[in-house]
Design a protein. Sequence first.
Lengths: 215, 10
Amino acid sequence: MNIFRFAGDMTHLASVLVLLLKIHTIKSCAGISLKTQELYALVFATRYLDLFTDYISLYNTLMKLIFLGSSFSIVWYIRYHKIVRRSYDKDQDTFRHYFLVLPCLLLALLINEKFTFREVMWTFSLYLEAVAILPQLVLLQRTRNIDNLTGQYVFLLGAYRALYILNWIYRYFTEPHYVHWITWISGLVQTLLYADFFYYYFQSWKNNVKLELPA
Amino acid sequence: YETSPIKDEL
């Protein structure tokens, strides 16, 4: 494992921790899209089907369990926790799941490396992860007041994706026969979706003003 | 490769 991959995983982990901190400690999920969180839960559930069949490393297994556990518990908190759920911006978070899930499923059935259940599910999870942030970005744009933790959460997620791209570039030059178009292209699309957010995030940081996305 | 190397990623 190279440094970019490890830094990417740690950034991903940090984003989840920031979100759990907000939900668990402040008892608020204001500005957080339940739709995006549900999509991530679906992403991990379909990608980690190999959890009990293929052992890669203790690190790999632990991280998979953490991402699965945290994504489902975040969904549970926003839906059912009696205090947290009150802060959920239900009326603003209107993105439809199936607009993203159905095209991704269709695309995974058409474009995959091998037409087996596990492989199609794995490909589906890649496509879905690429666009799962969209409901969250739409919600950010609608929310006039983006609090620090929400801004940091989205920033860390975007940073994790950018680091994964560096990881692929590194692996391409250091490992033999390393070509993975499906992963690379969906990963690139995913990272590009953050470009706009990054721009405004750095602007607000540079000018020391509160983060706000233009409508 | 038995499993594709990309599958060792998260």
